[in-house]
Structures are given as structure tokens and as C-alpha cells.
Unconditional design. Sequence first.
Length: 201
Amino acid sequence: MRNITGKVLLSLNWPGSGQKAIPGFQKIYVLSVFILPVLLLFLKRNNPEPFTDPRDNEQYQILELEDMLWFKENLRYRTSVPSDTLIDSKNCGVFYSVQSAKTVCPKGWRLPTEKEVKRLVRLDKRGKISLKDTLNIQLCGRMDNEKHAKIGLQNTFWLSEELTDEHITHWHTFGETHKIHNHNVVVARRKFPVRCVCEIQ
């Protein structure tokens, strides 16, 4: 690297001046050519640009986490399904039925899997991250039989798991604790918000 850098610096001298490179210039050159691009790439990957949903031009903050991109906000897309309920356009977004949730993420995005969420929960338990703060989770509650319940106590998210005999695995977060379990979501006409994810290209 020293030889290559030296040759480049030599070419930057004024022709015929016989002067050596400016003191400290070599360090600046190495920093700008080799270190700065790596640092910028790191910052870009850890602070991705906001994503704009082309369907309604709503913009979302996103985060790179465990080789995935995650929405840091609940989805706010209004479907044509009358039963989907807008709770709070800023913090809580739309609460979707299980049927709507399956296909509601923008093109290229999807619901997280049980495995992906469990991986984040393990990091949270080990103190590596605060899942609530990292993903900016608000305790928005849920919809039970068209009634807004558990406000300020929990937030429940849909996962990509399959609905079987009216049962499906989903993710409850109570702020500092998280539970993933499976029970009936059809009888009580449960509706939850959505966080979308995608693989890093």
C-alpha cells in the first residue's frame, strides 16, 4: 500500500518542482481513499434511507437488523377491505385482519417469520439490543370484536405463519418482554398491526 500510495502522491507534485509530498497529505489520502468509503458504507447500511410506499407515498423509517431490513413504524396502508381499521396514522397505523395482513406489505416486502422474530427476542434477552427501542415499538393494543383493547399494555404483530383451524402464531410484545404463541384469532375477529421486512440485496 505504501508503494502504491507513494507513486500516486509523486504524480501529485508540481512538475519539475522537485518538492516532496506535503507533510500529512499521505495520511489524508489513505483516510479518504481507503477508510472513508468503508465508513460511509457502514453508515449507509446501518442508517438506510427511508422507504416510500409507492401505493400511497407514505414514508417509513427502516433499520438494518440481523441481515434484514425492518420497518421502524407500523404499516399505514389503507386497503379496500372495510374491516381493516386505522387506529393512529402516526404511531399505530392500520390494524389488519389475518387475511389482509398476509398480502398487505409493499412489493418486495413481507411479514417476518417466527424464526426471524425469535432471533431478535434472543438478542433482547441477552441485552444486545432493546427490541422495543430498536424497532420503536408503541404499545398500541389490538382489536377484539371491533373494540380497541389492551392499549398501553401490549402490541401484537402478525407473522408470516399459516392459519390452521383458525389458529396462527403471532408476536405479543409488552414493552420489556415478548411472547410468541399460537391461538385462535378468528372467533374474536382479532386485528393487529404489521411490520414489514425484506432481505438485504
